[in-house]
Design a protein around this ligand. Structure first.
Ligand code: TYD
Length: 143
């Protein structure tokens, strides 16, 4: 079923911002604002200028991607359509469903890419070859 997700199921959500005495707080509660329970959190940092991350899809993993600091672009591709989402505010997050190819590019200096994920790390959940991915999306035999 997860291979059926399209770009249209992926979108930026407003996480909200609590103004506190000095600075702001953004809270992300699993199963509330985002459509999954969070099992894993990781963050990318010290990404060299010009570097590209991602370049894969997941079979079952949901993610929320946040530019906790700085900015970067997330290019999503569902095998039919490609769309670029610019993330540049820590209170905005991109929901990425399973079955979507993603590439992360244009990291600003010092940026931090925070990722909340629905599953623990599992290499067999990855599809890292784009041609394999296109075949996977077009194969309806096991749906
Ligand atoms: P990968 O997810 O391919 O990076 P990105 O999508 O950010 O470009 O992960 C890079 C390496 O880090 C990969 O060899 C596996 C390892 N890794 C873990 O061990 N655990 C994790 O939770 C993640 C996200 C990656």
């Amino acid at each position: 079923m997860n291979r059926k997700f399209s770009i249209d199921d992926n979108h930026i959500i407003n996480l909200g911002k609590i103004h506190s005495r000095a600075g702001n707080i953004t809270v992300i509660e699993g199963d509330q604002l985002i459509p999954f329970s969070v099992k894993r959190v990781y963050f990318l940092y010290d990404v060299p200028g010009g570097a590209e991350r991602g370049g894969h899809a997941h079979r079952n993993l949901f993610q929320l991607i946040v530019a906790a600091s700085g900015s970067f672009d997330v290019i999503l591709d569902d095998g039919t359509k490609r769309e670029t989402f610019n993330l540049n505010q820590p209170y905005k997050g991109l929901i990425v469903t399973p079955g979507i190819w993603r590439e992360l590019v244009n990291f600003s200096s010092g940026s931090i890419c925070l990722v909340l994920a629905s599953e623990l790390y599992y290499e067999r959940d990855y599809i890292r070859d784009y041609n394999y991915y296109l075949n996977y999306k077009n194969d309806t035999s096991s749906i």
